[in-house]
Write a protein that binds this ligand. Sequence first.
Ligand SMILES: [Zn+2]
Length: 125
Amino acid sequence: MIEGFQHPNGTHVILVGDTYPKRETIKRHGGVWDANRRAWVIPMTSIIELNFIGIGYKLECRVAAHCHESEGTAYVYFEDVVRGETKLGCGMCDTPKSCGQQVPVLEVLDIELYNAAQCLIAQQG
Ligand SMILES: [Zn+2]
């Protein structure tokens, strides 16, 4: 599983997870190895061509209060952002199983990656 996060510069995506088998493909599409992050960094414009390697995008979002947690931020899979809610546990109950609730996504903070991922949906029809 490869996960993609918006780079702080807003124009690139950070790929983490099981990237090793795909490294040549990632490199071919403009990927650069970031030794400090121990992750690949790709131009955001490359995510359409790289979609076939199966990247799960996680966006920083503002999420509603839930269980023992007050309103705050969390990384939410793009698919959940589109649905408008995501399953979250909390620090008090320790395990997501004990209190995992569907929590409304209030606002997407990683707007650039959100817009780019929307293009992926448009491409798929
Ligand atoms: Zn809880």
